[in-house]
Ligand binder design. Structure first.
Ligand code: G1P
Length: 298
């Protein structure tokens, strides 16, 4: 059982990052030197994806260009003998990987975005990655961890993480029956419930492995939370028919859809980046000494 197809819903407006996202996609915001979408694509490929399906909207041409071959740039780098940079550009997409771009004419919600991928996915199981949930899976990328669960149980798998109870209103929240370590069978899933009605504090984060059956169920899904067609509601219908597992992945997640999460991700990835880690660590340490000094003065 291989997951050959990965879907990337990238049609969101990214209003939380305006004006940076006025003319360019939020998924192109860099974490140190790579855009968010490139981390997501690398993660999908690590789990065996060969066909990348991007559901795009307006101002998303930069994503298409990013994964396209840049002849002029490559020729220029080659001519200038910048072989390391040339490699960096050529490695963005490994050979044998196909990209498909589907335009979501109207932004009607995550469920609707996923539905747009149906013609390209067909009747296979597939994965969905939300690029603004950046996950540092430490030993193994999050989707690769989930793929192991998928292979063992042969059912849908959704990434999950405990969140503070006060934050349930920002996520899909699941109630599970424990099945194994880090694993539970979803009994109930609700989109963005307020803390007083949330079934738990186990939140869905942006990684899903789903059967193609979900498309039929999304088609039947009415507008839900926020007036949008919610993937969560279609998953709620799916669990009436078949097992779907919630998997608490190993690793750290950064909510790069928020400014604070995005900044934290940049700090953590910079501290591991071979080119800047040392200088950045020195800077941070000098900065924090200056803070303690100024704290003493107050
Ligand atoms: C979407 C999903 C939500 C999930 C979240 C993870 O919400 O609808 O169920 O918990 O992604 O990031 P969004 O953040 O797009 O509003």
């Amino acid at each position: 059982m291989r997951l050959r197809k990965a879907v990337f819903p990238v049609a969101g407006l990214g209003t939380r990052f305006l004006p940076a996202t006025k003319a360019s996609a939020k998924e192109m915001l860099p974490i140190v030197d790579k855009p968010l979408i490139q981390y997501a694509v690398a993660e999908a490929i690590s789990a065996g994806a060969q066909e990348l399906i991007f559901i795009t909207g307006r101002s998303k041409n930069s994503i298409m260009d990013h994964f396209d071959k840049a002849y002029e740039l490559e020729a220029e780098l080659e001519q200038r003998g910048k072989s390391k940079l040339l490699e960096t550009v050529q490695e963005i997409l490994p050979p044998g990987i196909t990209c498909i771009f589907i335009r979501q004419a109207e932004a009607l919600g995550l469920g609707h975005a996923v539905l747009c991928a149906w013609p390209a996915v067909g009747d296979e199981d597939f994965s969905v990655i939300l690029a603004d949930d950046l996950i540092d899976g430490k030993l193994h990328p999050c989707l690769a961890q989930m793929q192991r669960v998928y292979q063992e149980y042969g059912s849908g798998v959704i990434a999950a993480q405990r969140v503070p109870e006060s934050e349930t209103g920002a996520y899909g929240i699941v109630e599970v029956n424990p099945v194994g370590s880090r694993l539970g069978e979803i009994q109930r899933i609700v989109e963005k419930p307020k803390p007083d009605v949330a079934p738990s504090n186990l939140a869905v984060v942006g990684r899903y492995i789903l059967p193609s059956r979900i498309f039929k169920l999304i088609e039947r899904t009415a507008h839900g939370a926020g007036g949008e067609i919610q993937l969560t509601d279609a998953i709620s219908a799916l669990i009436q028919e078949q097992t779907v597992l919630a998997y608490e992945f190993e690793g750290d997640r950064y909510d790069c859809g928020s400014k604070l999460g995005y900044l934290k991700a940049n700090v953590e990835y910079a501290l591991k980046h071979p080119e800047v880690a040392e200088g950045f660590r020195e800077y941070l340490s000098a900065r924090s000494s200056a803070w303690s000094e100024s704290g003493k003065d107050q």
